[in-house]
Ligand binder design. Structure first.
Ligand code: G3I
Length: 334
């Protein structure tokens, strides 16, 4: 067996993918790649608050449950993504006229409801997602501001949601997940200090997720050192959303392709895939390596960064790219 998943199993880590629930249901080639190549799945969108809880008191579990059922049928573990985030919140919540006290009750109810509903099915939860700004200050989310209004430190919501999640699902590993933690700097330093405070306060945090959305124009991060210093706190670490983007060529009609504009950066991309996986394998506590989507045809990147792409392991036709071979090579040598 030569699949990513077979090789990863031999190497002792989970290899994961973010899954688009519609494609999983309707696209046979996509589903086949997900089920044969990966041992872990993350819902790209269907476990987010707006998806699960579109109206006050109304929960729509079906898309997430279908994703979980497919994972279980294929012997895959599930990373839950995400209980608390400032994006993709339902409109009723962001536009509703709620007091700080009501917001705190809504938060507690959501975290407990969702964690309890999926208890037993989730190996690890991204309990909180993207809580820091790049300058190392806390992001002033709706929750942060509500806690301040209650006269509490804004960031205290984080400790609360870890405790609520743990109460509702004592089995799942509970993660804080963020981007740019790969680079040593104000953000990863602030996160490093904060998780130590959480641990000292007895908050049930098990791990830190490094999203790993890399871009060739910014240089390769000191990823392994950062994984290691968080691991040295006694935490698990994981690469949770890896993709590696670059500038791509444009057709005469202006449309962007998924071919790297600079061949040297295209080669760099492939190399970075290998290095990110090697970094995870080199850190004992790095339990999983998840890529953020199957192919360049269904990546979030072109929609968010005009002129960039080519960030995933499979091309526009779901055929494996050199980055896929690079990962297999690293796993074979592990
Ligand atoms: O559901 C609507 C659909 O009804 C509508 O027709 C369609 C038209 O635009 O939009 C659909 O919503 C989209 C949603 O994904 C669900 O597919 C949003 O426009 C789109 O913006 C949203 O993008 C997601 C993004 O998070 C939103 O913040 C991406 O798919 C998803 O890959 C991305 O994932 C995040 C992680 O959760 C956290 N870390 C960063 C990562 C990349 O941004």
């Amino acid at each position: 067996e030569n699949t990513l998943r077979a090789l990863a199993e031999a190497a002792g880590i989970e290899i994961g993918v973010a899954v688009n629930a519609d494609l999983l249901e309707n696209n046979v080639k996509y589903r086949n790649i997900v089920n044969t190549q990966f041992s872990s799945v993350t819902a790209e969108n269907v476990m987010k608050w707006e998806a699960l809880n579109p109206q006050p008191g109304v929960y729509d579990w079906a898309p997430a449950e279908a994703l979980i059922a497919n994972a279980e049928a294929n012997g895959q573990v599930v990373r839950g993504h995400t209980l608390v985030w400032h994006n993709q919140l339902p409109t009723w919540l962001t536009t509703g006229d709620y007091s700080a006290e009501e917001l705190r009750a809504i938060l507690e109810n959501h975290v407990k409801t969702v964690a309890a509903h999926f208890a037993g099915d989730i190996q690890q939860w991204d309990v909180v997602n993207e809580i820091f700004n790049d300058d190392g200050t806390f992001r002033e989310t709706i929750w942060y501001l509500a806690y301040e209004e209650l006269g509490l430190p804004g960031e205290q919501y984080v400790a609360d949601v870890f405790r609520w999640a743990n109460e509702a699902d004592p089995e799942a590993l509970l993660f804080y997940n963020d981007y740019n933690l790969e680079f040593t700097g104000p953000k990863s330093n602030a996160a490093y200090a904060f998780v130590q405070e959480l641990i000292a306060a007895g908050v049930p945090i098990d791990g830190v997720g490094f999203q790993g959305h890399l871009d060739t124009q910014y240089g390769y991060p000191d990823l392994q050192n950062n994984l290691q210093r968080f691991a040295d706190l006694g935490l698990e670490v994981a690469l949770t959303e890896v993709d590696i983007r670059t500038f791509v060529t444009q057709k005469p009609n202006g449309e962007y392709t998924n071919t790297p504009a600079d061949p040297a950066e295209g080669a760099e991309q492939v190399d970075w895939w290998a290095r990110t996986l090697e970094a995870c394998l080199a850190v004992e506590a790095c339990n999983s390596y998840t890529v953020w989507g199957v192919s360049d045809a269904n990546s979030w990147i072109p929609g968010w960064f005009t002129g960039q792409g080519a960030g995933l392991l499979y091309d526009m036709h779901d055929n494996p790219k050199p980055q896929y071979e690079a990962l297999r090579e690293v796993l074979r040598e592990a």
